[in-house]
Design a protein around this ligand. Sequence first.
Ligand code: GRF
Length: 194
Amino acid sequence: MVKSVGLKKIRTAVFISGTGSNLENLVKFSLKKKSPIEIVLIISNNAKAKGLKYSKIYKIKKKIYNYNKNKIFETKTLIDLKSNGIKLICLAGFMKILSGDFIRKFKGKILNIHPSLLPKYKGLKTHERVIKNKEKYSGCTVHLVNSKLDSGRIVLQKRVKLSEKETPLSLQKKILKHEHILYPRAIDKIFANP
Ligand code: GRF
């Protein structure tokens, strides 16, 4: 008798600080049969992050480390990542900057999604700056994380046209819809099962 061998999914942690729409979107993606990832851990540096509700909804373990000191956050998080066998971290609206030390110590890949066409508009308040500079296009980028802010190798990008009456809020909403398509695609691009 031939046994069917289940695909082994990559154990993934998602780091959030806020709303968590990308988290929920990644969870839905991970539940698809062909998805290369399974999300087994949610980490937040903010106990009030709205996205933490998805831990209960989708029955995923969560850890909240609300420390000002990066060192404590990172030490505790690294222990969790190891004990949960995490091989991939997806940053999704995670507002803390991870140290070079953390990135070196984590033996896996770290991905981030950023709401601009990197290398343009690294950092915060991207939509405000894009509109102020009268850009015709903005977009979103999924990239690997290295020790320099928003500077790791780009995996995928989506360009979005600004309308004439664009506001930071309308642009944020417009780009967020594309983020939800782009992040799963980028994960598939790196890890897709045949
Ligand atoms: C997204 O725009 C993401 O690109 C940025 O932070 C936002 C998070 O949104 N890094 P959400 O919490 O996933 O809804």
